[in-house]
Write a protein of this length. Structure first.
Length: 312
């Protein structure tokens, strides 16, 4: 087995290079390959209040989307205090690893002592295949350029940068959770919404309105999602994600709902009255429908693959 090792808060464009290398190496060595990762994510282990790009459910579904043959989740609480040599030895003995693929900046083991040099020496001494992949750079406007990392992607999500986030993930970022009832204010305005209760570790996008694709039991539907504390209603102060789904009348309460961020529509606004708010919601829903139709028309196979992965 070729082991691709990393924390992997989602699999962005830089991680895809690791996966592609592992698949090629496995093919040349006539063996299988697998992602070796950690649970909980190291950021959550060291800080319970940390936020991740993708929830565990979303990351598992993305692994299916990418057709990763196997994902091995190791208990990080035990792994982080191991000597790096012992960790690599465990992969060989317990998981029959005969090759390792990591990014050149990967660090692991007690005191983060494991590095590129240690891995190369271990592989050479144990007749293992070894491949180190350079980090992928990004450009976010003039004068910028840095390595793509999930921490950078989290910041893009917090800032509502859906376009560059989509380019780095290579699909629209998901927001998944259980549908719960709200106060019914959207229905009174003519636009019923479903509130999405996301997992505690999930990073939510910047406050505002988004055009989204909603995966339902009837297939894809266009949606307009608001995240944040609604500025028109002072009795609601908690951050929430609520979505109006076009052309859908089913009962989703208590079930998992996954939406995919297509475009940022507008920041939170205060309107003079509920009639003006309703008119704006109508415009947002129309813009969401346009974004939905455009993206699904251009990327039909992508959404078909996402449906298969996130419906499983």
């Amino acid at each position: 087995m070729i082991a691709v090792i990393g924390a992997f808060d989602g699999f962005h464009a830089g991680h895809r290079l690791l996966l592609e290398e592992a698949e090629k190496l496995a093919h040349s060595c006539k063996t299988s390959w697998a992602v070796v990762t950690f649970s909980p994510h190291p950021d959550i282990y060291f800080n319970r209040n940390a936020k991740l790009l993708l929830s565990e459910y979303e990351k598992d579904a993305e692994a299916k989307f990418l057709k990763i043959p196997e994902v091995i989740k190791l208990p990080f609480g035990q792994i982080c205090n191991m000597q790096p040599e012992d960790f690599l030895e465990m992969l060989v003995k317990e998981y029959s690893a005969d090759g390792i693929v990591v990014g050149k900046d990967f660090r692991f083991g007690r005191n983060a002592r494991g590095d590129e040099s240690l891995i190369r020496n271990f592989c050479a001494g144990n007749a293992l295949s070894c491949s180190m992949i350079e980090t992928l750079k990004y450009s976010d406007g003039p004068g910028t350029g840095n390595k793509i990392s999930t921490r950078v992607l989290r910041e893009w999500l917090r800032n509502g940068k859906t376009d560059i986030l989509r380019a780095s993930l290579k699909f629209p970022c998901p927001v998944s959770g259980i549908a719960v009832r709200g106060k019914g204010r959207g229905a009174k305005l003519g636009f019923p919404t479903v509130n999405i209760l996301t997992s505690a570790e999930k990073t939510l996008p910047a406050e505002g309105v988004y055009a989204v694709s909603v995966l339902t039991e009837l297939g894809w539907r266009a949606g307009a999602m608001f995240t944040g504390a609604p500025p028109m209603f002072e009795d609601v102060r908690e951050t929430r994600a609520e979505v109006h789904i076009s052309d859908f009348s089913g009962d989703l309460y208590g079930r998992r709902v996954t939406v995919f961020l297509e475009e940022f529509v507008r920041p939170p606004m205060i309107f003079k009255d509920k009639s003006e708010l309703a008119r704006d919601i109508k415009l947002c829903v129309e813009k969401a429908g346009e974004a939905f139709n455009k993206n699904h028309s251009l990327n039909g196979p992508l959404y078909s693959d996402l449906m298969d992965a996130f419906s499983a």
